[in-house]
Structure formats: structure tokens, C-alpha cells
Design a protein around this ligand. Sequence first.
Ligand code: ZN
Length: 453
Amino acid sequence: MAPAALLQQQTITDHGYNSANGSNHIHELKLKNEIPLDKDVVLTTFTNGVGINPLPLNWSSSDPLVRGPIVASRYKSGLLKHNAIGAHSGSYCIYHALAVGSKQLNPNYDADYTNAQPAFKIKQQPQWSNREKIVSMDPFGHLTPWLYSKVGQDEDVEIKPTISVTKAHMQLLEMKEAVDQGRLKIDGQVVINSNGDLNVSKVAVEPVWYLPGVAKRFGISENELRKALFEDTNGMYPELITRPDIKVFLAPIGGLTVYIFGNPEDISNPDKKLALRVHDECNGSDVFGSDICTCRPYLTFGIEEAAKEAQNGGVGAVIYFRKEGRALGEVTKYLVYNARKRGGDTAAEYFHRTECIAGVRDMRFQQLMPDVLHWLGITKIDRMLSMSNMKHDAIVDQGIPILERIPIPDELIPPDSRVEIDAKINSGYFTNGKVLNQDELKEVKGRDWNDVE
Ligand SMILES: [Zn+2]
């Protein structure tokens, strides 16, 4: 319901929504004073609005045609028929708007998916139709263009994939070093050559949230979740409030990528050993080599161990989540760095510095992370290349046992990142080594800016 002040500046046109008698017609407002538009703009839709007829969506049906396609786009007949809130492509949806707005892209363009089908088979799992296990991705998202092309044509709606599956070679200097030092053997299959090139199978996944299931994971009601998403995004998604019949939300956040080493079909085979690293994005270290944390060394250690597991007859996987800076973002992360480096960088103060600026120490919320493990058909993890208690607990809570946890080897920890790793170990991260007490944490110091300036 638009605020009264907003309504006063605008003209309600023909299907007008009448809040006085509660009739929920399509709410069309012609913007007169603010933005010169040449046609009526529908600010939002209402469940009982005129012509509202969303395509059926049965979230946990094992038959994709019974489950139905996810339709978000307003284009074509999507305004009346969409069954998902939000827009495709995660945070990139705004670039799509720029392409359309600047008239470089026809919004009704029909994608040609010739030869874009998955590069390897992802076996359908019973978990795909269990609403306790998959709530944050579309299990059929990689098959959408082929499963639902007829529905899209018949219903005149845009139906987009949210997952894609491909394969590639991976070149990392650390893998060349591993080959040079004899830690990795060239087998022509997993490790291709003396350069340490790896064969890898890859899956990119965009977030598709089933709101009742997401709310349940967080122990809140669906209404509480909808209200938080609506208000905290400053009303960006009014249908979170006006369309309780729509249960799916395309969250405008980064997704994830799965990198599989060895035969990807083995990942769901309980007789094959699985080495897994779940990694959250840290652009500064992962890509640009910052020495303030252990992210890239642990990532490349994870890749090396995953490759070794595949060579030993098992399978390895690294799953990379776009959750930069503990999902606080890089701007907050750098502010925290400043506070640490100007305030005496010690392990004892490590989490406090983040809490001062962000109010919390971490916003990654691992509750939704195990969905992709269920989607891949993983039922146990033999070797978990992560020390995080939050990741461990989220996975185990989802009924996937972790048989062994493997910390980052000490020799891979950059000196300046001891502050972070010792603080994390003290807070519950897994280690085979020593857990420092509070007094000892005060003695673990990072490089001061005065040391380098
Ligand atoms: Zn990092």
C-alpha cells in the first residue's frame, strides 16, 4: 500500500487499487511529477489482482514438469504470470536493466541456447524433491531452457536458467609448484602436464530462494523473513508483502561455483572418497595475494588436495561462494583493516574490530550453504578442507557427516595472518594444534602500518 503522500502526487489509473474497500486490483500509478514516463507503470501486483494468474510452482515435486518453471520476468505476459519475486542473475540484474534502459538490448529478446546444454550429467537426487534439504537453489535450474521451452512459448513468458554446467582446464602457479616439488603427479587425467594444469568440471549457481524453507532454516516465520527482506532493502521488493502466494525470491546476491576434480558422477557415489573445500570469496587474497589472511593459501591447498583425492580413485571438490568479506562486503572489510592496523593489530582484538564497524563479526550465515551438497548428491564428506566450525555445524546439521577435518598446514600461513587464524581457532575453529588463551592472543600481533611506512 503506497503511503498517502505518494498517492497524492500521482494519478491512479483504470484498474486502481482501492485500499478503502480492500479490493486488490492491479495497482497502476501514472507518475506525473517525478519521472516522465510514456506509459503506465505497475508498481507492484496483488494476489487477487485482475488477471493475476501465476504459473503453478510445486517447489519439491520430483517431476520437473509438475514442479513447473520459475518465472520472474515481467516482459511478455510475465507481469500477470510470474511466480517468483525479484530478477534473474543475482546482483547482475542491474546491468541487464542498464542494457535494456540504454536500448542496447531488446527486453523481449529470445535467447538461443543451441549447444549450451550441460557438459556433463548431474544425476537427479532424491534430495531435489525434499523441501528440508534444498531451499536456496533451483534443482532443475541447469535444464530450464530444454525442460520448459514449450511452456515458455505456450504461456508467452521468459524462462531463464539459474545453473550452468561446463568443463575447463585450470592453471595455477601453486599447482605447477606442487608438480615441480613432487607433491602432485602428472597422470594425464586430473593433472594434465608439467605446468600443473588441472582438468576441472564446473557448475555456476545463482540463488533461488524458497521463502518458507529459508525462513525455517533461520528459525523464523515466513512473514518475519518477508518483512525483513522488504524493509531492509528499503522497499525494493514490494511483492514480498503484496504477493504471499508467490513463494520464490531471486535474491540479488552473488551465487556460487562448484569445481570438481575427477569424475563428476563419482561425487554422489558413497563408495568413493570425497575431499571438499567450501570457500567464501576473499578477492584481496584469492586474486590479489593479500597476506593479511589465509584465504588463497587455503584455497589452493584445497584444490591440490581435491586433485590428489581424484588421483587416488576418489573425487575432489571446491565450492566457491560469493560472500566477500564475510558477506559484509569489501568496503566494510577495508574499514576493519584500517581499525586493526591503526589500533594495534592483535588476535585478542581481531573480532572486536569487525564488531565495532559491522555490529556483528560475520554475516555469512552458513545455513543455506549445504543445499548445493544435497543437490550434488553428497551424503558424506571424507576429508573436509576447512577449519570453520560454522561450516562444519551447518553441514552436519543437514545430516551430512564429516569424517575428517584438515586444517591449513602451518607453513602455508602468511605471518601477518596469524592474527586472524589464531583468533578464529580461539573462537572455535578446528585445529590439530594449540588453542591460545586470551592472554596469549594479545601477544599475537600483525604488522603495524608503521612497520612498512
Ligand atoms: Zn581473506
